[in-house]
Write a protein that binds this ligand. Structure first.
Ligand SMILES: NC(=O)c1ccc[n+]([C@@H]2O[C@H](COP(=O)([O-])OP(=O)(O)OC[C@H]3O[C@@H](n4cnc5c(N)ncnc54)[C@H](OP(=O)(O)O)[C@@H]3O)[C@@H](O)[C@H]2O)c1
Length: 319
């Protein structure tokens, strides 16, 4: 892995389809722009069609001939995830890369249309369902395809509370975010093990952007009506965060670099993993618990009703 990898090193993606969730803002928008510049057809999977159309317009203004398709996807509603997967199935054929990027952070407790706590529901369960529903199209792609799941350095302080997954008894907005981001990694690694065990030529890779100046930090304060916290977040972002273009590099690297392997975790190489160029990084011990990963998988399958059909068992491990 080079220390100064940039988007200039992305392969030519002409003729390839890439799906990016949350492609209208922040890291997803910058990733969509880079994929479009590399020639891919980018399916911009977004919950708000107006914001998505504006983002697509901004990319088109920047990338001549960009090949973009805006499709509605609300990860907070399984019906929307299923409808999106059906449309993608019918309209776009094989998928080379799925970027599970959309997310919300530290929002007050709310529930999705299916009664899931929002951060767990959107960040993890929605992407679990989406990936399972799109897996046949990833498998269709001749040669290797990839699922890239966006986590966060915050996963390191996360635990998965299987007794109170939805935070009904005790809800902390940061605990719920950390749980969802740990779940993203448990999912990414378990998916890769299941793909390998079933001889499927799809890689599952995790990544995190470091600290990037995006809208992520504003959603919680907006929902709480806290202008003070919103302003404090903006100041912190302007002083400490890297650009969303930089923040998108680990996901783009994970999606396209030839030396990436299934089960890798990619993040910035700088101090505390907050900024820098992408490199393979370590994740917490908890993220490698196979026992928790299997349990989370079973719960996710049960809650979403999505069965991946990856039935051959992975290697046993006591962890
Ligand atoms: N920025 C950072 O420092 C940082 C650090 C660690 C990890 N991350 C992760 O990076 C990812 C991207 O975040 P970002 O920083 O780029 O934030 P952002 O600018 O707020 O973008 C988040 C995207 O997710 C979308 N989204 C939220 N809820 C959704 C739903 N129910 N269905 C579909 N899409 C939904 C948002 O749509 P709307 O525009 O409609 O709200 C937006 O497009 C997240 O997974 C986040 O946890 C970010």
């Amino acid at each position: 892995m080079t220390e100064t990898w940039t988007t200039d090193e992305m392969p030519d993606l002409a003729g390839e389809t890439v799906v990016v969730t949350g492609a209208n803002s922040g890291i997803g928008l910058e990733a969509a722009r880079a994929f479009a510049r590399a020639g891919a057809l980018v399916v911009m999977a977004c919950r708000n069609e107006e914001r998505a159309a504006a983002a697509a317009g901004a990319i088109r203004a920047d990338v001549a001939g960009a090949s973009l398709a805006v499709e509605k996807l609300d990860l907070a509603a399984l019906a929307s995830v299923r409808a999106f997967a059906d449309r993608v199935d019918a309209a776009y054929g094989e998928i080379r890369v799925l970027c599970n990027n959309a997310g919300v952070m530290a929002v007050p407790r709310r529930e999705t249309a299916d009664g899931f706590e929002t951060q767990f529901g959107v960040n993890h369960l929605g992407h679990y369902a989406l990936t399972g529903l799109l897996l046949p199209r990833l498998i269709d792609a001749s040669g290797e395809s990839r699922v890239v799941t966006q986590s966060s350095g915050v996963h390191e302080v996360g635990t998965v509370d299987f007794e109170d997954l939805m935070g009904e008894r005790d809800y902390g907005k940061w605990d719920a975010y950390a749980q969802s981001k740990l779940a993203n990694l448990l999912f990414a690694y378990e998916l890769d093990r299941r793909l390998r065990a079933n001889d499927v030529d799809v890689l599952s890779v995790g990544c995190h952007p470091g600290y990037a100046d995006t809208n992520l930090q504003q959603r919680g304060p907006e929902m709480e009506g806290s202008t003070l916290r919103g302003a404090a977040m903006r100041v912190a972002n302007s002083l400490l965060a890297q650009s969303p273009t930089r923040g998108a590099l680990p996901m783009l690297y994970a999606a396209t670099a030839p030396d990436v392997e299934g089960g890798d975790y990619v993040g910035p190489d700088g101090p505390l993993g907050m900024r820098g160029h992408p490199e393979r990084v370590a994740s917490s011990g908890a993220s490698h618990s196979r026992r928790d990963a299997r349990r989370l998988w079973a719960v996710s399958a049960d809650l979403t009703g999505v069965d991946y059909g990856l039935d051959r068992p992975t290697a046993a491990s006591a962890r």
